[in-house]
Ligand binder design. Structure first.
Ligand SMILES: [Zn+2]
Length: 832
């Protein structure tokens, strides 16, 4: 028994599925499905299917392999036919526990075109919201309604129909679905015909899809209604359960604007591939949303906006999530990753373009700046452990594939932003158009991206020290990112050194090509310049000549480079002096946010002492920038979580931070609401949220009146945190159970974890495994609400996780949702 085999047994058997052989190339699928009436009631969980796959065999073989879920599908008949001779080929077949369907023929198959027909029975999942699953909701009359939906990314299409379930096996899919009369069936493409096979059923026949990967196939069977989106060249609808009709308007408003921007930027109209776009809000959905081509599915809170309950951040989030999914139509659907080891080619692009495109339409939200504190800073924080994964790393099994989604979004988006800035925006856009047009309907690896972008590189702007693929290699193939240390070697000369930045441990071998920009006190307009002044090359010295009269220098303008910066004592002293003068010595707000984030993180591995870091950060007492305070809130929260809010040191830090907050707090008084000023409202929510967490006395006052919707969560959470009366929690729980508003219900779930009563929190967590009143999709939210509600709740959450691992695996949609919430390594290591 080999070590590998032993490992396979030790891990989950399913995790050891290998890749399919490359001898077959499917070109088209015809899929016929029947969802019986019983499966849209409480009684049945089945469907039946028939799939007809045309494929080309490119090498002689007597064994074919594709995917079919051993657990969800039962094959009834299987017929293999040689198309040219119309000969049916005798075969035997079996499905193993890794979901590989092997068809063995007695005689060797010749190279040529074949047809494979499989009829099967399918089982709808009611627990994990992947593959084909059944969901339900209670309508306004109190009647329970059922629906069937799909989630096939990354490896779940095999649970809906036997298929070559890997992204590079692109084909067309022609789907028909027979459903009980009164139900609506939707799939990726337009309905071409509708007929009635019987008095009680309707058969929907859909147009063939464009050439695409299996994970993008989707269908929904429901009693939903749809709102047509005007002003779009695409047949465009927003659909949901009928009682939520009034919450569709925001999605209806933003979708055509976003789609139009993407059409213009990419130079490839959406309608070139597919003629319709349905966006559907599902009452139970595993992730935030899924980009199925032509049929994007969302959890309700990510598509529907309730103006009575939802605040500014929800409105922005919905626009950003829609923009993310629409971006995938090009980055993912039209041009698709070759394999899941390069998930960032889908998700990094979608993360970057969701911000870029939404920023074009709503510049007043300053999403270009929000990207720095929300995406770049998060990506850096996720990427500083020895265990971090490179953007491109080998994966094989479904479990490994799931892990690739982690940093592909934020690090992928941040690295692409760096490329745009060192290339220049116009060149980057030309390169991206080249990438899309050259690779449309194909699969790509990072090399294809660099080849296309290389054509658009203007070296007078980017000054590349090597070829673009060489420059990008370690950003993609290595985990982590550089720390640049700046040291003054004589009056005007600074030496720059790089090393991998790690929260713990060390790595002296990984080096990068690092684009460096900088600004000095004598030319503060340079903060705008993001094309490189110079590059640091691996294992080479780099220096900067500072102009005469410069009293400070700051590297990494607008933090477009994906790295941190440290300075020697004298340079930090100069920066500190500037920050503590009027107008921060001209240092721009994003650079101030960067300095705050870098200092907090440099203190963790003792690259800078906490006392020095906090002394410099004190400048924020005069700073009322949203971005500076966003970074500061993060840094102080991490510190207080580590040392304990109620420890002596924690209490002292809380008092200090409240003092530092005085000016920014007064700039956004809770009595002064500006509902039409979204950025003001975001800042107000951020600042008052921190103040309440630090027990600002005014928070108690706020809870005595009905707070504004943006502040409601903060105020209720704070009230519950200090409540001595358990009936307060019961009151809010009952409000959750009775709520007809999905936004209100979702807000209440987040607030309920704010209690500090151990028994109540245990009761709340127990409800996630015993109580059907908490939707499957929301169980991880309950857990995070307890985990983040109070620092003292960490032990309760951890104990629950350890004691109920089995139940969580079956009752929560996904364990990975939980483990992502908990950065165990960081919690386990106290800073010095
Ligand atoms: Zn995505």
């Amino acid at each position: 028994m080999t070590l590998w085999y032993l490992l396979c047994l030790l891990v989950i058997l399913q995790s050891c599925a290998a890749r399919l052989p490359t001898n077959c190339k499917p070109s088209s699928y015809k899929i016929s499905l029947v969802v019986p009436e019983t499966s849209l009631t409480s009684t049945g969980n089945t469907f039946t299917g028939n799939v007809d796959i045309t494929f080309q065999l490119m090498q002689k073989t007597s064994s074919l392999q594709l995917h079919s879920s051993h657990d969800r599908l039962t094959i009834k008949t299987l017929q293999l036919k040689h198309i040219a001779t119309d000969t049916i080929i005798p075969q035997t077949s079996s499905v193993d526990e890794t979901d590989v369907l092997t068809i063995t023929t007695t005689q060797e198959l010749e190279v040529g075109n074949y047809n494979l027909q499989i009829s099967y029975d399918g089982r709808l999942s009611t627990t994990d919201m992947n593959g084909v699953y059944k969901s339900s909701y209670v309508d306004s009359t109190g009647t329970k309604k059922y629906l069937v939906a799909t989630q096939f990314e990354a490896t779940h299409a095999r649970k809906g129909f036997p298929c070559f379930d890997e992204p590079s096996y692109k084909a067309t899919f022609t789907v028909d679905i027979t459903v009980p009369k009164g139900f609506l069936a939707m799939s990726n493409t337009e309905v071409i015909s509708q007929n009635a096979p019987s008095l009680s059923t309707v058969r929907y026949q859909f147009q063939p899809t464009p050439v695409m990967s299996t994970y993008l196939v989707a269908f929904v069977v429901s009693d939903f209604t749809c709102t047509e989106v005007p002003g779009s060249s695409t047949k465009n609808h927003v659909c949901s359960r009928s009682e939520t009709v009034n919450t569709r308007y925001w999605a209806v408003e933003v979708t055509p604007k976003l789609l139009n921007s993407l059409n213009v930027y990419t130079g490839i109209p959406y309608t070139e591939s597919i003629s319709k776009l349905d966006q559907v809000a599902l009452p139970d959905f595993r992730s935030g949303a899924m980009e199925n081509w032509g049929l994007i599915t969302y959890r309700e809170a990510r598509l529907l906006f309730d103006p009575e309950e939802d605040g500014t951040s929800v409105k922005q989030t919905i626009a950003l999530v829609i923009a993310h999914e629409l971006s995938h139509s090009w980055f993912g659907n039209l041009v698709t990753l070759a394999w899941w080891s390069e998930t960032f080619l889908n998700e990094g692009f979608a993360r970057y373009f969701q911000n870029k495109i939404t920023h074009e339409i709503y510049p007043e939200w300053q999403l270009d700046k929000q990207f720095v504190v929300k995406t770049v800073h998060s990506a850096l924080a996720e990427d500083d452990l020895p265990s971090a994964l490179a953007l491109q790393s080998d994966v094989e099994t479904p479990a490994q594939i799931d892990t690739k989604f982690g940093n592909s979004y934020d690090k992928g988006g941040s690295v692409l932003r760096m490329v745009e800035h060192f290339m220049g925006s116009a060149n980057f856009k030309r390169g991206i158009q080249q990438y899309l047009s050259t690779n449309k309907n194909k699969n790509t690896k990072p090399a294809n991206l660099w080849t296309a972008l290389s054509v658009a590189v203007d070296n007078t702007v980017s000054m590349l020290p090597a070829t673009l693929p060489n420059v990008m290699q370690n950003w993609i193939e290595k985990a982590g990112f550089p720390l640049i240390t700046v040291t003054k070697t004589n009056k005007n000369t600074l030496a720059l050194k790089q090393e991998r930045f790690l929260f713990s441990g060390s790595d002296t071998t990984t080096k990068w090509y690092v684009p460096v920009t900088y600004t000095t006190s004598v030319d503060t307009a340079k903060f705008e310049k993001t094309s490189p002044h110079l590059w640091i090359e691996p294992d080479k010295e780099a220096t900067i000549q500072v102009p005469d009269g410069a009293s400070w220098i700051i590297l990494n303008n607008q933090q477009t480079g994906f790295y941190r910066v440290n300075y020697d004592d004298a340079l930090w002293a100069e920066i500190e002096k500037a920050l503590k003068t009027d107008s921060f010595g001209g240092i721009a707000e994003l650079s101030r946010a960067q300095i705050v984030d870098d200092l907090f993180n440099l203190a963790k591995p003792k690259k800078v002492s906490y006392s020095k870091a906090l002394n410099i950060i004190n400048f924020i007492s005069n700073d009322i920038s949203y971005y500076t305070w966003y970074a500061a809130r993060r840094g102080f929260s991490f510190l207080l979580d580590k040392i304990g809010f109620e420890s002596d040191l924690g209490k002292a830090i809380k008092a200090d931070v409240l003092k530092l907050m005085d000016k920014v707090y007064k700039s956004v008084p809770y009595t002064d609401l500006k509902p039409t000023d979204d950025l003001y409202t975001l800042k107000q929510t951020e600042v008052i949220g921190l103040a309440c967490r630090l027990q600002h006395p005014e928070c108690i006052e706020m809870s005595k009146s009905l707070p504004a919707k943006d502040l409601r969560n903060i105020v209720y959470c704070n009230a519950l945190r200090h409540s001595k009366d358990s009936t307060d929690w019961d009151y809010l729980w009952n409000a959750y159970v009775k709520s007809n508003s999905l936004s209100e219900a979702s807000n209440l779930l987040q607030v309920l974890g704010c209690s500090t009563d151990k028994n109540i929190l245990n009761k709340y967590l127990q409800k996630t495994i015993t109580d059907s009143e908490i939707r499957l999709q929301d169980r991880a939210t309950v857990f995070s609400s307890v985990l983040n509600g109070n620092p003292s709740s960490l032990d309760i959450a951890l104990t629950f996780l350890i004691e109920h691992q089995q139940e969580i695996e079956t009752q929560y949609a996904t364990m990975s949702a939980l483990t992502k919430l908990m950065d165990i390594e960081k919690y386990g290591d106290k800073p010095g």
